[in-house]
Design a protein around this ligand. Structure first.
Ligand SMILES: [Zn+2]
Length: 289
């Protein structure tokens, strides 16, 4: 099955020096995917997302704050043009979701910044706009579907996605994350949000069993579309976490997703090791089989 990659190389044009969420993440991953999977389709131009769509998930005050030249927190800097970069990342996620919905084929947004920590009114954890939450709410508005699910396998809890999508009818969020860990939330289920905390240093088996259960919960919900917050920082070699997954485990996640038979789109969240290109390749390669 062909994979659509949404990737505007301009997303590598901002950088906070010394920050782990650095341009090389996407530059190296794009080069690796192009070499390894030459038959895939790439798209690099996206339409600008209207404020009206961003406001499905964020407050007007937040959109205004993104233009103010002050850091958001110690990890989440103000950088020139960051609002434009974040909006472009949202645009790619929206296209990925539309492609999956319209064609039933997989799509992956290879963009930065990531999004799952951004709440309706706060940029945090390297995230400015929550592309998966926006894409979820836009899909409910624009597509004729009644149920949509978010699967978040990033090693950090998608607190922003939880906060934005909590209580939304027809939406299920299922997140597996290291706990204790940043940002410290996601310890318990909450309404339509299933949280699956795994302790630091857990065995691969425990983590993979938990991931399988988290996806089974989604399949049981019978969504018409799955949006995946694909973070690769549960990898054993990741510098920011203490989890133990190996590259081949990300292939299993891709295979499982493919076997659900449910249209799905994924967006890049975290993943900070130098092996990120291979991890993404394992995931996408298995998903597209
Ligand atoms: Zn993460």
């Amino acid at each position: 099955m062909s994979m659509l990659i949404l990737h505007d190389p301009a997303c590598a044009n901002y950088e906070a020096l010394g920050h782990p969420e650095k341009p090389d993440r996407v530059i190296h991953t794009a080069a690796y995917l192009q070499d390894t999977f030459p038959g895939w389709t790439w798209r690099s131009k996206f339409e600008e997302v209207p404020d009206e769509t961003l406001l499905l998930a964020h407050t007007p005050k937040h959109l205004a704050r993104l233009e103010v030249e002050n850091d958001f927190d110690a990890d989440t800097r103000y950088l020139p043009g960051i609002s434009r970069y974040a909006r472009s990342s949202v645009a790619a996620a929206l296209l990925a979701a539309r492609h999956a919905h319209d064609t039933g084929r997989p799509a992956f947004s290879l963009m930065r910044p990531p999004g799952h920590h951004a709440t309706s009114n706060e940029a945090m954890g390297f995230c400015y706009l929550n592309q998966v939450a926006i894409a979820t709410l836009a899909a409910m508005r624009d597509f004729d579907i009644r149920r949509i699910a978010v699967w978040d396998f990033d090693a950090h809890h998608g607190n922003g996605t939880e906060a934005i999508l909590l209580g939304r009818e027809g939406v299920l969020v299922s997140s597996v994350h290291q706990s204790p860990g940043y940002p410290g939330t996601g310890l318990h289920d909450l309404g339509n949000v299933r949280n699956w905390p795994v302790p630091p240093g857990s065995s691969r088996d425990l983590h993979m069993d938990t991931l399988r259960a988290s996806l089974d919960a989604i399949v049981g919900f019978r969504p018409e579309l799955i949006l995946v917050s694909a973070g690769f920082d549960a990898y054993v070699g990741d510098p920011l976490t203490e989890m133990t997954l190996e590259a081949e485990d990300f292939a299993s996640l891709g295979k499982w997703l493919q076997h659900t038979g449910i249209p799905a789109a994924a967006v890049l969240e975290g993943g900070y090791s130098a092996d990120l290109p291979q991890l993404v390749g394992e995931f996408l390669g298995a998903w597209s089989e």
